[in-house]
Design a protein around this ligand. Sequence first.
Ligand code: ZN
Length: 225
Amino acid sequence: MLIIFLINAIAMLPEIILEPGALQCLCASAMETYHRESGGFLMGKMVTRTVRKRPKKMLLITAVYPQQTARRGYASISDGNMKAGWRARVLLYTLSGLKGVELVGGYHTHPHDACELSKSDLNYLYEEVRYHKGREGFAVMDKWLEIVVSIEKRRYITKYSEEPFHSWHLHKRKLEGIVAADSGTGYHFTVGAFWVSKLDKEPKSEFFGLGKKKLIKEVKVHAPV
Ligand SMILES: [Zn+2]
């Protein structure tokens, strides 16, 4: 896949910048199924943006696809309907590369939980890149970007403005934000981006034998504004 080539070519795993619409979809997806995890796929392309007056290559997330038939648990998400899940993947793989936009990875939400990748997340991704079982035209992606969106609802004792509002700020690598649904309730979001490498390693024990530090690299998420 082209994106993998580009990522390898620049030697480093790129930082992430979200289109405003992509941020909206990630957070709406977490907010809609607030008590359960939700997840899906990410599309993106390499762009050059100016950071501190210098050009920097980044991966722009252009679109977010929430998987509609997923089985959503309180602390897990999986395919609820394997055939439907396969159909969505066929579409995403087939159109990957259209106008330079590639399938680059996925996302899932962590209701009331840390914005980090767990061991079971790694296990899920190892299976995800093999979902197509080696069918022609479907490569085993060795690098995968997984965005984790943590969400927590908070009740405010001091009432905010009556109008709904939102605010965002960068905290080290993660993007944090608050969306107030009404004057007494706010949803707090933390968005983290994790590159997982060596997913093509066989067997699975060898993959896990490498340890989280070698497999996961968290990169900065740039705000769309
Ligand atoms: Zn997770």
